[in-house]
Design a protein around this ligand. Structure first.
Ligand SMILES: *Cc1c(COP(=O)(O)O)cnc(C)c1O
Length: 376
């Protein structure tokens, strides 16, 4: 069976995990955690990064930092993971879904302005498949209407938009180190990227259960106490140690995934040219990270047939998000602004091929051959 995903492992992770276990400190912000955060800050030219237990937690922190409250509206695509919406719904916000572009499956930047009301507070672009949303347009809308931008860059580490790393363009960005993402902290993990100095101090407080414990450790206050709301948003050091193993080989992982992506793309192009399927497109302003290789077939029925056909040949392909606006919670907590021209239709005909660090040429060839066998 060719698996859909394998968590990235490059060889040194177990040694680092042992090192962390044998040190006297395994909680958050110990040696490996600090090393990882410094790596992110220098690689992505970001003011401050904080490791979190998940991308979900990082999104929740962003919502708390922006003081989202009852009645606020937050604009995002419906074609995303539940955490994008939950983080803001947990603070009482109404979720306003906007249609996506069929070429990138990202928020359609031309449909955002009409969704803005006097209650709108945040726009959350989700960089699907590690391909950037049209950030220049989104940032200028944010400026015009005095809104915040939180980039859900869960899938976007190592990708960029016009030379800027994803996650560093909005007020906040978030990464995921879940085992299905390009880099992992051993199963679950995430990162909050803070691009505006002004939020750093409060972010540290919220992450430390609402206490000024980080300032205490830096000797800035002589005792620590409860100063704000907060929760437990630190990543333990054993997880950070695993992540450090991945970060040391960050470029190699990226190269390997892009090679697989490119090979799929080149091999499947003839099927796209003869109109049998559609391949992903990457706008010129974007450099992506090979997070995902998806293709689109005619409709839901054909997708089900192709998934079954692949599975029968031991190839584990999968579909993706069911649009949030049609889910039970989405109906209750959100509304779809404008028409759903692409969200539902495009999501029903998309499927993802096996993609992970270390996918072999033999495996790729088998996947490609099986897709060909289905169509021709
Ligand atoms: C994976 C993912 C998340 C959630 O990440 P976790 O680290 O599992 O919390 C959120 N948003 C998007 C777009 C994702 O792909």
């Amino acid at each position: 069976m060719i698996r859909f995903n394998r968590p990235p492992y490059t060889g040194n992770e177990d040694q680092y995990v042992l090192e962390s276990m044998r040190s006297s400190k395994m909680s958050g912000d110990a040696d490996f955690g600090r090393r990882c955060q410094e790596w992110f800050e220098s690689h992505f030219l970001c003011k401050k990064t904080l490791l979190t237990p998940s991308c979900t937690a990082a999104l929740e922190m962003a919502a708390i930092l922006l003081d989202i409250s009852e009645g606020d509206e937050v604009i995002m695509p419906s074609y995303t993971f539940v955490s994008t919406a939950n983080a803001f719904a947990l603070r009482g916000a109404k979720i306003v879904f906007v249609d996506i572009r069929p070429d990138t499956m990202n928020l359609d930047e031309t449909k955002i302005e009409q969704a803005i009301t006097n209650k709108t507070k945040v726009i959350v672009p989700v960089h699907y498949a590690g391909v950037a949303c049209e950030m220049d347009v989104i940032m200028s809308l944010a400026e015009k209407y005095e809104l915040f931008v939180v980039e859900d860059a869960a899938q976007g580490m190592m990708s960029s938009y016009k030379g800027k790393a994803l996650g560093t363009i909005g007020h906040f960005g978030t990464f995921s180190f879940h085992e299905t993402k390009n880099y992992t902290s051993g199963g679950e993990g995430g990162l909050l990227l803070i691009n505006d100095d002004h939020y750093v101090e409060r972010a540290e407080v919220i992450r430390e259960k609402g206490t000024n414990r980080s300032q205490f450790f830096r000797g800035m206050v002589d005792k620590y106490s409860w100063v704000d709301i907060g929760s437990s948003y630190l990543l333990n050091d054993i997880s950070a140690a695993y992540l450090w193993g991945n970060l040391e080989r960050a470029d190699e992982i990226n190269r390997d995934r892009l090679e697989s992506w490119q090979e799929y793309f080149t091999a499947l192009k003839p099927l796209a040219e003869s109109g049998m399927l559609e391949l992903p497109s990457v706008p010129q302003s974007c450099v992506h990270n090979g997070h995902m290789f998806y293709l689109k077939v005619r409709d839901l029925e054909q997708r089900t047939a192709l998934l079954d056909f692949l599975k029968a040949q031991d190839v584990n392909a999968v579909f993706h998000y069911v649009p949030l606006h049609s889910a039970v919670a989405g109906i209750k907590l959100g509304r779809f602004d404008g028409d759903d021209t692409y969200t539902t239709f495009e999501s029903e005909r998309l499927l993802r091929l096996p993609m992970y660090y270390g996918l072999t040429k033999l495996e790729r060839n088998k996947v490609i051959q099986t897709v060909f066998d289905f169509f021709v």
